[in-house]
Design a protein around this ligand. Structure first.
Ligand code: IPM
Ligand code: MG
Length: 368
């Protein structure tokens, strides 16, 4: 049987640096566990624009459609700020999401005990936190038509459209309920049904799918603004949160900060099952390209490493190996190894990106 295949799109800024550490982990699985991936690499974002004049070449898009999983680093940088909207680095990422139809974006926010004092919230509020935001990723205001900047009379008007079909809501709701069944069996759905028709439909459809297919799961509904407030007040009341594309973007950044550092959080974007039964999938850290620290060996590779752990679990059916990798990360943090973003109140000497990757490899060795 062919080896499982991975396409690495390291992208811009700190993307290549954090991805270099994931490659060490991939090498470790090959050498020490006999788990061999066919890895290919390509460009996305600003670096793709520099080479091809487009943030995602058609050939790269075609490759992404064929592999078992895509691992993405980060895209963007200030040198691309003035590019035409249609070729901005972010468009490369959005094209991947849309054309691979990755409608279900899992964004876990987990607070490692060793970092509970790093959050801007009190330890008791965040310690032990383990929630997942399921963000709809291929529709809503990110993609709705009409959109654009038009002229009306003597002024310009900027238009975006929030649009959701019933089936788009239903499929992401199902993925949240399925996930909840493997966790604490609890889903909170967030929208703005008090002001938006798309929110009213969202609430109705989530409730219908629940009543027909998942009556065993505990379901609640919350307005997204109140949800943001509750996430800061007492985040442990949640287990799985399901929400639309834009609210999910905002809420997942807020949830990320609860855990102490944006440099810690992985994500999985999943689509419909492929012929082998596994979902089409792209894995990426929640953080961005951090151009201010790029190229300095300061970036925290953990979010990218944990994204690979999610790939092991969701694309390769290697849940035990995913847990091994997550525990290796936990051990490294418990041992006090810290990149610059994890310098808490007590200070200390930060380690480099590559030293953090090496520490995780050492912890993997110790796990054997
Ligand atoms: C994210 C990012 C993206 C988004 C950007 C880079 C297009 O913020 O993945 O959360 O808005 O979805
Ligand atoms: Mg975002």
């Amino acid at each position: 049987m062919a080896n499982p295949s991975i396409l690495i799109l390291a992208g811009d800024g700190i993307g290549p640096e954090v991805m270099a550490e994931v490659k060490k982990i991939i090498g470790w699985y090959d050498a020490k566990r006999g788990i061999t991936f066919d890895v290919s690499e390509d460009l996305v974002g600003g670096c793709a624009y520099d080479k091809h004049g487009t943030p995602l070449h058609d050939d790269t898009m075609a490759k992404a459609q064929e592999v078992d999983a895509v691992l993405l680093g980060a895209v963007g940088g200030p040198q691309y700020d003035n590019l035409d909207f249609s070729v901005k680095p972010e468009r490369g990422l959005l094209r991947l999401r849309k054309e691979m139809d990755l409608f279900s974006n899992l964004r876990p926010a987990q607070c490692f005990d060793a970092l509970a004092d790093f959050s801007s919230l009190k330890r008791e509020v965040v310690a032990g936190l383990d929630i997942v935001i399921v963000r709809e990723l291929t529709s809503g205001v990110y993609f709705g038509e009409p959109r654009g900047i038009f002229t009306e009379g003597n002024e310009r008007v900027g238009i975006n459209t929030q649009r959701y079909t019933e089936s788009e809501i239903a499929r992401v709701a199902r993925s949240a309920f399925e996930l909840a069944r493997r966790r604490s069996n609890k889903v909170c759905s967030m929208e703005k049904a008090n002001v938006m028709e798309s929110g009213i439909l969202w609430r109705q459809v989530v409730q219908e799918i629940h009543d027909k297919e998942y009556p065993d799961v505990e379901l609640s509904h919350m307005y997204a603004d109140a949800g943001a407030m509750q996430l800061c007040r007492w985040p442990k009341q949640f287990d799985v949160i399901v929400t639309d594309n834009l609210f999910g973007d905002l809420l997942s950044d807020a949830a990320a900060m609860l855990t102490g550092s944006l440099g810690m959080l992985p994500s999985a974007s999943l689509g419909a099952p492929m012929a082998n039964g596994r979902p089409k999938a792209l894995y990426e850290p929640v953080h961005g390209s951090a151009p201010d620290i790029a190229g300095q060996g300061k970036a925290n590779p953990i979010a990218c490493i944990l994204s690979f752990a999610m790939a092991l679990r969701y694309s390769f059916d290697l849940g035990d190996e995913a847990t091994r990798l997550e525990q290796a990360v936990e051990k490294v943090l418990a041992d006090g190894v810290r990149t610059a973003d994890l310098m808490g109140p007590e200070g200390g000497t930060p380690v480099s990106t590559s030293a953090m990757g090496n520490a995780v490899v050492a912890a993997l060795n110790a796990s054997l």
